[in-house]
Design a binder for this molecule. Structure first.
Ligand code: IMP
Length: 199
């Protein structure tokens, strides 16, 4: 199988930047959903990250006819029994901004001691080429700070602290975040899969 083009099933510009950075050495044309007219926004209405990632990859493959990769990501906070999880983008309400969601998270965790603020980002990447759908997972462990630190990245990055590096994701550059992040790790597995298939 020779993969020449890959459609990214997302309009999230922050994700597109990270995904293109990880996949740049695949040497294939990477097109984001925004480059197409008339591609629908696929509703993320499944109960799991895996369900949403598969749905996005399948629906857009069926419309565009191009091998498609989709990512669905959740932040799982242990003190909140795994929430916001699959609802991370809508944590503070249907049209919540990144800022609204971080504010809500800081509010609900106010007063919770640092040792109880453990959390992880989980990404499921789904790949659909019409013949098969494959999923790959990436997980990054950390803790939720009680205030923002750093200005890079997006979403919950400024409050997600990675003890191993003594930095939040928002204090890392793109290269460092992608080396250790949930999305970076899932995409590395995806690259291995594609490289195997292209042999
Ligand atoms: P989605 O459902 O995969 O689009 O992601 C859910 C939400 O999780 C996004 O709206 C972001 O707020 C957040 N998110 C996803 N990936 C990251 C990340 O790498 N860093 C910080 N927040 C993220």
């Amino acid at each position: 199988m020779k993969l020449k083009k890959l459609l990214l099933a997302t309009r999230n510009k922050d994700k597109v930047i990270e995904i293109k950075h990880v996949l740049k050495d695949l040497k294939i044309e990477i097109i984001s959903a925004d480059s197409f007219e008339n591609l629908p926004d696929v509703e993320e209405d499944q109960p799991t990250l895996e369900g949403n990632a598969i749905k996005k990859a399948q629906v857009l493959f069926e419309i565009a006819g191009i091998p498609t990769v989709a990512d669905d990501t959740g932040l799982e906070v242990d003190f909140l029994k795994g929430h916001p999880g699959v609802r991370s983008s809508r944590y503070a309400g249907e049209n919540a901004t990144y800022e609204d969601n971080v504010n809500k998270l800081l509010e609900v965790l106010a007063g919770v001691p640092s040792e109880k603020r453990t959390a992880r980002f989980r990404t499921i990447v789904a790949f659909c080429n019409g013949k098969e759908v494959q999923t790959l997972e990436g997980v990054c462990e950390g803790t939720i700070l009680d205030e923002r630190r750093g200005h890079s990245g997006f979403g919950y990055d400024s409050v997600f602290y990675v003890p191993q590096f003594k930095k939040t994701f928002a204090e890392m550059d793109l290269q460092q975040k992608n080396e250790i992040s949930h999305r970076g790790l899932a995409l590395k597995k995806f690259k291995e899969l594609i490289n195997l298939k292209m042999k």
